[in-house]
Write a protein that binds this ligand. Sequence first.
Ligand code: ADP
Ligand code: ZN
Length: 526
Amino acid sequence: PTRDAGQQPESPSAVLARVFGFPGFRGLQQQAIDRVMAGGDVLLLMPTGGGKSICYQLPALCRPGMGLVVSPLIALMDDQVAALRQVGVNAAALHSELEPEEAARIKSDLAGGRLDLLYVSPERLLSPGMLDRLSRLEISVIAIDEAHCVSAWGHEFRPEYRALAQLPQRLPGVPRIALTATADPRTRSDIIDALAMPDAEVLVASFHRPNLHITARPKGSELTQLLELLGRHKDEASIVYCGSRNKTERIARSLRERGWPAIPFHAGLAPIEKRAGLLRFRSGEPVVICATIAFGMGIDRPDVRSVVHLDMPDSPEGYYQQIGRAGRDGERSDTLLLFGGEDMARARHWLDQSQAPVAQKRFMSQRLESMIGLAETTSCRTRALLACFGEDLAVDCGHCDNCISPLATFDGTVAAQKVLSAIYRTGQMFGALHIVSVLRGKQTEAVKRHRHDELALYGIGKEKSDGFWRSVIRQLVARGALKIQGEYASLALHESVARPILRGEQPVMLSEDAAATLGSVTSASP
Ligand code: ADP
Ligand code: ZN
């Protein structure tokens, strides 16, 4: 946009209308921009699609000098630059994938003061001479995009981001705005510390996405459960997250055999396959992407109608980010999370084995437990999810599975005691299948061989279905009374939690969810 020297500088709202064609600001944009325009620092937390970019692009255009944007994602930088050029903003991106001539041209534009906005990867920014070159220019604003990458606790940690702490010394007096869609309070304070911006105004947008209809279900037959949801989204785009690369391929194959336009996507694919997959996803045609969490960053298709998790994510942040890829266009979209006791136990086990520093393990473990709590909650899921980010929704969402059909809870203390005793009496070396057989009094091979039909508690759970007992076991795993160990997934008591339950000192409220869904599936078998 041409801004003639000597002319009155344009206000951000005027540039918003003239350059971007938007009639007004949304949400916290105005507040963030006002602060940066006045020379102050900002930490802006806004969900993806909330409109963060405008908050540095406008100050970059309205303050004297060039805006500098640090971004870790080359594809995203290129997209932004292309979009800005289309509306006449002189933007460029410096990163490792440029042709040498292109890089030289950008550097000459830079030195000549011809750029409105420069996107740069952290590596480039910190490369020899770059900061010197920048310090000779007038800089209007420094934006640090994906600022959560500075947090060593997060799953997207980028060590180079740590060096951004030197920016205030190297480029003094330039207002900084850090932006992220990751909302947990821990990351928030990490960003402020690591970027050395103690005076930053922290602006937190609501992360509530009312068009997302959240459902979570105990894992039964995952393919059946998946097909049931996809059936409501024929000829639309869906993302199915899987816990492993193998599984993305397996699920995609099963779906294709049933006529679904499914493709796998994971970091192990050849670049050409990845590109083809992305192209197909972006083309707007109906597609079901079966992906690991490698699929996500920088993906922007507005009309994804459903996001399914066949395996439980390891934190509410990851979960929120992934389901957030549905319904960017604001239209109603469905999300389905499948969870099982084994997933939970396995995630805990891995965390336990991890070599990470103790404090970090504790943090990761807190997040995992919040995720498990989210899966097992019997109250409004939207509300529970937002509470993980410190946001308090005033009323229940009204459209998650728990709001639509509230789960009945019952006093499960006696049932829990039966399960715990059965596990204890059989030596804490059997899996759920065997424990259920013992409780229901089945004459299986294993029961006879171990003479478990001679135990006093053999058959004490006859009156309930297999599904009921599996659900009780899963819920006891979820609350930490049971752990699953070893290659045979044997169940063992977690003493400190299990003992008070066995002694009757700790009542146990359980939900009837799985009893309903799984009971009908498995009670048919003998
Ligand atoms: P984020 O970076 O937070 O994910 P973007 O900055 O990419 O979000 O903005 C998301 C979408 O919202 C873009 O299509 C953008 O053009 C649009 N948008 C941003 N601000 C406004 C506004 N004030 N009015 C209308 N549309 C806006
Ligand atoms: Zn709800």
